[in-house]
Design a protein around this ligand. Sequence first.
Ligand code: ATP
Ligand code: MG
Length: 161
Amino acid sequence: MSILELQNVEKIYGEKENQVHALQNINLQVEEGEFAAIVGTSGSGKSTLLNLIGGLDYPTKGKIFVKNREIGSLPRKKLTIFRRRNIGFVFQNYSLMPVLNVYDNVALPVTFDRGKHINRKYIEELLRELGVWEKRTKYPSELSGGQQQRVAIARALVNKP
Ligand SMILES: Nc1ncnc2c1ncn2[C@@H]1O[C@H](COP(=O)(O)OP(=O)(O)OP(=O)(O)O)[C@@H](O)[C@H]1O
Ligand SMILES: [Mg+2]
């Protein structure tokens, strides 16, 4: 089986007359090591699709397999742990924690995972590679949009997902 597989996935937001069919009958396979880009007009369902693949939301119908695990059948707590250990996610609005500096934002997924030690050398490598090491003690509000985006990328990679 592929590392990621979607079978007849559907996502409906809202109820009755407010219903939005954001995704209909989505089938998709991505192999390990493959890069995939999802392209579409604004409102076409890209974020909806990524939220489902990333285990941030549940599909209305269909199945999503990540590493042979059907994530739609995992209860919320288990899904959170699975997500933290296996998924790296950069949000459209970056979603950095405003009260934490750059370094602590990047370390956050590790600090949440009790029992895991913080690999300071790897965090430094990531921040240097992404050009924000000099900003490590700054807060998100002190960064440009692109810098915030790169910090969000570092945070998404810190657990080697
Ligand atoms: N929480 C929600 N409740 C109701 N409708 C929603 C919700 N989130 C998204 N939608 C609707 O679902 C559709 C898909 O939205 P989505 O955010 O997935 O689009 P997108 O492709 O990411 O767009 P963009 O390129 O603008 O980011 C849109 O019609 C949107 O209005
Ligand atoms: Mg979007």
